[in-house]
Each structure stands twice: as structure tokens, then as C-alpha cells.
Design a protein. Structure first.
Lengths: 220, 220
């Protein structure tokens, strides 16, 4: 029963990386089978770790052949919970919020945006990506009525904790947080932080590491 | 010599997570020492893995005491390459680009945005965050003159590869890619993809996993 296993955050992170690789393989209709080595190379993970991660969600490979691509893709989507449709509300109709709404792959991936909120009176009532922006005080009623699962926090850092609490009190089960501030949340609420600084730091790291690598390669 | 070690992408990812934890500890001026267990718990990584990762960049802990917080913070910043200042250019002055420019922590982290480009004639010449938007054809000369290290690709997926190639040909060493499309890059160029779909998938995963966890806890 893959739905009831306990998976750590780093494992979840690796699984979504494998899913991304698999997705592009399935979309291009290329390979019928994929090995843990191929998956690992594309995702930057050691083969043995790939096999362990896939076994943990019930993915079965065959020695010398690998995993059946389509079957593994389906197993992963089920384990990740993408077989169902997730409804999300967005708080903050600023640049980040608008960029998300315009994101091309959003709807094809099982996510549906059902409401947008903002506290600025000049924005409330305007239509953003087909949705009329609602005032903040409408959050509890709208979240309950729509049965939304996720809240997207795209407000300034100073408002983030307050917005998160309103969303959680309204019944939201998971938060996607764009504010560069850690949120204090009850244990039953999941959260993922999207931190642009972290992305830059990783890039700085890889660039530093990359150049020392090339230097060594050309110098040897 | 931490600058010349070879570090895999997953390790780099974990190191930036530790850095984030350390940074908030240092900012709040709290603990003088931190154990691998405390760091691991905050970053969602096993203690032994934390010790291995920190040893790989030259971080030294003391048994029963842990790591000196400030010292480790400095060691990590050096290993990640944050002791120097990184100059970046942005291609695409749309919502994502504007959101990045408005990002509050950007400048304090050693990153400096030196130029913005867009292909839309209606945007070229306008000022965005204090920078006049330049036409795409200005990329090579501006990148060379400014000595920029990083390129931020915030254009539609169909333009991303082309933009990446122009940036690389102009001397850019690392790309932060916001387009939901994998880039084909020469081996000496580093890249980090920021994929919002991936963030949503991780959230779906954690929410699924979280609820089965709570169910088991309350049911047992």
C-alpha cells in the first residue's frame, strides 16, 4: 500500500526528480524500460539510492532490464498523490501569484486554482486569469465552500505567518510558501517552501564546483 | 581545500538546506553550538549524512558538543562560494522576472542584478527595479562588459534553449532556469531549474503522506 508508507522530505524530493525524468521519457515516447542507473544519472542520484527509493513506493525493476517506464510512471504518480485532482487557492495577486497563474503546465498536472485573494482594495474585484480577486476576509468561507486542499502564500514575509494561520484555520491541508520566512504550522499541515535565494545559492555552489572540476580536468 | 572538492547535486542541495538552518540560528543569535542531530532534524536529513556532508567541506564537529555555529556558517558560505559577489543578468521582464527583482533578500545574499533584457519592444527602455530594460541583441556586449556570472532565464519554454545558448556564448557560467523545459548545456555550465510544478508535486506528496501519518497516529 504505497499510500500509507512513511516517506521523508529528502526522499519525496528525489521521487519528484525521478518523476520529472520519467515524465519527459513518457512524453517523448522513447524508452520502454529505464534502468536505475539511467534514472540516477538524469536526477543526479546514486543507482543504489534510486533502487531503494523506488522499492519504497512499490516500484519493481527487473535485473538487467530495469523498470517499465509507463508502469513506473503510474506507480509514482499514485504514490505522490497525483491521481487525484488538487484544488488550490492563491493569497497575494502580486507578481509571483500572476506568474503562477500563467504557468503553462499547471492544469495538466492535476492542480486547479479555484480562488485568488488580495488585501489591496485596488486589486480586489479585478479578474486575474479568469478569477475575480476576493478580499482576505472571504478566505474562510471560500476555502470551505470550494473544498480547497492547498494554499499558496505569495504575500510579503511580514504577512506570511498570519495568512498561513487563516488558511489552516479554514481547513487547508498543505501550503506552498513563496515568502522567504519559515512558517510555524501544526503537525498535520504539509508545507513546501520555494526560496529563490536557495536556488541562487545552489547555483553559486554548482558554479564554484563546476569550475574547479573543469580546471582539474584541463590541468591534469 | 574546500573550494576544489567534487560535490554532487544532491549534496549541494542538502548543504544549502543546512545553510538555511544555520543562517536563521546565526540571525537570531541563539545557539553557540549545533549538533548534527539538530541540523539534521531541521533539514530532514539523517544525522550520519549531515556529519558526512559537513566533513566533505571541512566542517569539524566536537563529540558531545557539535559544531560552532558561526564557524560552520562561515565554512559553508565559503564552500558554497558566497564569500564572493555574483553578478546576474535577467532575460525576460515578465511576472517571474519582476518578482525576482522585488525579492527582498536578494542583495544581502551576495547576488547583484546588473542587467535586464526582453524581446518585447513595448518593454525595452522601460525601467524595472532601477534598470533600463535592454533589447535581446544587447546580451553579448552587456554580459561581456559587466562580467556577469549568472543568467536568469525567465522566458516562455519555447524560447528558453535559444536564450540559454546566447547567454552561454556570451560567457555566462551558470543558469537559473524558470522555464519548465530541460536545457541542453555544455558541461562547463552549471544550471539550476526552478520548477513550480515540482514544488506542487512535492506538496501533493507530503500532504498524502502527512494524512496517512496522522491517520495512523490517531488510529493506533
Amino acid at each position: 500500500m504505497p499510500q500509507t508508507i512513511r516517506i521523508s522530505k529528502p526522499t519525496a524530493r528525489r521521487l519528484t526528480m525521478y518523476l520529472r525524468v520519467l515524465q519527459s521519457v513518457v512524453e517523448t515516447g522513447g524508452m520502454e524500460c529505464i534502468s536505475s542507473h539511467q534514472l540516477g544519472a538524469a536526477a543526479g542520484v546514486a543507482d543504489a539510492q534510486v533502487r531503494k527509493d523506488l522499492a519504497s513506493i512499490g516500484g519493481r525493476g527487473q535485473s538487467g532490464v530495469g523498470y517499465r517506464t509507463r508502469e513506473l510512471h503510474e506507480t509514482m504518480r499514485r504514490a505522490i498523490g497525483l491521481q487525484k485532482s488538487w484544488r488550490a487557492v492563491l493569497v497575494g495577486a502580486g507578481n509571483i501569484g500572476r506568474a503562477l497563474l500563467a504557468y503553462p503546465r499547471f492544469h495538466t498536472e492535476g492542480f486547479e486554482l479555484v480562488a485568488v485573494f488580495d488585501h489591496a482594495p485596488s486589486v480586489v474585484g479585478k479578474r486575474v486569469a479568469g478569477l475575480a480577486v476576493q478580499p482576505m476576509k472571504a478566505i474562510p468561507a471560500t476555502v470551505r465552500r470550494s473544498g480547497a486542499h492547498f494554499g499558496i502564500v505569495a504575500v510579503p514575509p511580514s504577512d506570511a505567518q498570519n495568512v498561513a494561520e487563516i488558511l489552516v484555520a479554514s481547513g487547508i491541508r498543505g501550503l506552498l510558501n513563496f515568502a522567504p520566512r519559515a512558517l510555524q504550522l501544526p503537525a498535520h499541515v504539509a508545507s513546501v517552501n520555494v526560496d529563490f535565494t536557495e536556488a541562487f545559492q545552489r547555483l553559486a555552489f554548482e558554479t564554484t564546483n563546476q569550475s574547479s572540476r573543469s580546471k582539474r580536468t584541463t590541468g591534469a
